[in-house]
Design a protein around this ligand. Structure first.
Ligand code: GDP
Length: 557
């Protein structure tokens, strides 16, 4: 583990200690922790890069007026990432952003962009990641509209009450009409879109954005200039209505009319409704051309919620100024051949985190030393010295930690576990060679505790051939690869002909096992699950035996 060259961007020179609750509250208030949810190819990587670059350019431009000789606190990860492409294992990117919309006297905001895995097979990971954020950006391709993965992830946000900002991307390319796209959002997911910026020019002819006021009236025209080679920041010209009409008459008129139509149907921003997850501010953008990128950042900073209290198992709120507490939301191992280890990522809920502090692991009651704390983005890692509510920190080789676990100091707290996704794929797992049985068992235990897959057992199959349950079959490949790499065990897998899992109980177990196409298992958390071959079989059993318990696992969809 290398020592840091510079401190992480969110770190201030004098970290507040427990005694300065005011400073701590201030650190929390200036943070925004969010994730981008999208279907593959909608432009998530392009947008991530554009947001970070925009913020970086702004802070560097600002640094000219700052202290001389002070190094930029933003690490050079961008250069590395550009060369390599942003990897699947990216976890959280942190950068400072000073919005022109905020008070010039205020400190810059700290943006934590938590990455979500792109492949739908890892939606269980994504679900966990979404427990660590306070808001989500739903990124939509202007030509494709809502796509399956976007829908699925949106349902998770709704289920968790996460406010959603909608970004319609690729407006530089031919696509649907803006009103059509909004209709699709309100009709298909029942979310009322309330555009903050309306496009001037149809998809494929992106001139700029009309900024809508509180009442939906046109405030100004932000006209973009396309630059050859793609400047990091799209040059903006701010025009009033008269100048806009003189400049882009027809396009401007259309935008004004459409914006008025929106107001007529009540599609104006309402902060309370947004926070309640009923409406979604909309921005049109081109991540590729850097059009609308500033507007996305400004929206997050001005409207998205700062880290707030989190309810614990007892129903009490842990507020940001309480002693340190954090929730583990993701465990990742073998991320990189250069760092052959296992990282547990926690989101800080309350208090100050300082590297080296000893915290308590709520699930075991054992002390845990946080000597190796890192931020990870792509393959870049840097050591974290201190962090605040909303921040994401990776703990190295924290084998006891699993998603949903709580860490705390001082006042004991335990947060509710993260509900697991309903698995749809099932496969028996066996060690290729009986002589490796011990390693095999250890590996199964480890991967189970990390939540890589869910492990199910029953007496019939015995301990030597547990069943893995997953949301997507790629999770099985991860198991096989890790067994081999970390435990030197070759594993054999054999798919099972079940498609559904339902929660059941001991009273139903015997009768269910008698049914064709059904098998009952105990999951490692003790839950009894009935695996069923298909939904027709399930319907049949439910009709024939209404007394049997067969409940859906999680109501995320
Ligand atoms: P991801 O799979 O969601 O991470 O999508 P990427 O960021 O990799 O983008 C997918 C493709 O869309 C790439 O070829 C990008 O260059 C392209 N793309 C992303 N944003 C835009 C945009 O605003 N306009 C256009 N024309 N292409 C874009």
């Amino acid at each position: 583990v290398s020592e840091p060259a510079t401190s992480s961007p969110g770190t201030t020179e004098a970290a507040p200690t427990a005694k300065s609750a005011k400073a701590l509250a201030g650190e929390a208030t200036r943070r925004r922790t969010f994730a981008v949810i999208s279907h593959p190819d909608a432009g998530k990587s392009t947008l991530t890069e554009a947001l970070a670059l925009h913020a970086k350019m702004i802070s560097e431009a600002g640094a000219v007026h700052g202290k001389a000789g002070r190094k930029s606190t933003v690490s050079d990860w961008m250069e590395m990432e550009k060369a390599r492409g942003i990897s699947v294992s990216s976890t959280a990117l942190q950068f400072n952003y000073k919005s022109p919309e905020t008070d010039p006297a205020d400190e810059p905001n700290v943006i934590n962009l938590v990455d979500t895995p792109g492949h739908s097979d890892f939606s269980e990971d994504t679900y966990r990641v979404l427990t660590a954020v306070d808001a989500a950006v739903m990124l939509i391709d202007a030509a494709k509209g809502l796509e399956p993965q976007t829908l699925k992830l949106f349902q998770v946000c709704r289920h968790r009450g996460i406010p959603v900002v909608t970004v319609i991307n690729k407006w530089d390319r031919p696509g649907q009409s803006p009103l059509e796209l909004l209709d699709e959002i309100s009709n298909r997911i029942g979310l009322t879109p309330t555009p903050l910026y309306w496009p001037v020019g149809i998809a494929g002819d992106f001139r700029g954005l009309l900024r809508r006021g509180e009442d939906g009236a046109a405030q100004e025209y932000i006209r973009f200039t396309r630059t050859a080679g793609g400047a990091k920041i799209a040059p903006e010209e701010i025009l009033d209505a008269d100048a806009a009409a003189a400049r882009d008459g027809d396009e401007w008129e259309t935008a004004v009319e459409e914006s008025e139509l929106l107001s007529a149907s009540g599609q104006d921003h309402d902060q309370e409704m947004f926070l309640a997850g009923q409406t979604s501010p909309v921005i049109f953008a081109s991540a590729m051309l850097n059009f609308g990128v500033r507007q996305i950042l400004d929206t997050l900073v001005t409207l998205a919620p700062a880290p707030g209290p989190r309810t614990d198992l007892k129903g009490q709120d842990r507020v940001v100024t309480d002693p340190f507490s954090a929730v583990v939301f993701k465990v990742q191992a073998g991320m990189d051949t250069a760092h052959r280890d296992r990282l547990a990522f926690m989101r800080i809920v309350s208090g100050v985190f300082e590297r080296g502090m000893v915290v308590t692991h709520a699930q075991t009651g054992k002390p845990f030393t946080t000597k190796y704390a890192q931020t990870v983005f792509g393959r870049e890692r840097s050591t974290v010295e201190s962090a605040f509510p909303g921040d994401v920190v990776g703990l190295v080789n924290a084998t006891a930690l699993a998603p949903g676990h709580t860490l705390y100091t001082d006042k004991k707290v335990e947060f509710p576990p993260i509900p697991s996704f309903a698995p749809e794929h099932f496969s028996v797992l066996r060690a290729e060679s009986a002589s490796k049985y011990k390693q095999f068992r250890r590996a199964v235990e480890q991967l189970d505790s990390e939540g890589v897959v869910q492990i199910l057992r029953n007496d019939l199959r015995g301990d030597a051939s547990p069943v893995m349950a997953a949301v997507g079959p790629m999770q099985f490949e991860v198991v096989a690869a890790r067994m081999k790499a970390e435990f030197s065990v070759e594993a054999r897998m054999e798919g099972l002909p079940y498609q559904l899992a339902r929660r059941t109980d001991a009273a139903s177990e015997v009768e269910l096992n008698r049914q064709r196409g059904v098998e009952v298992f105990t999951r490692s958390d003790g839950a009894l699950l009935a695996l069923v071959s298909d939904k027709w079989r399930l319907q049949y059993i439910q009709k024939e035996h209404p007394e049997l318990t067969l409940e859906p696992l999680v109501a995320t969809a």
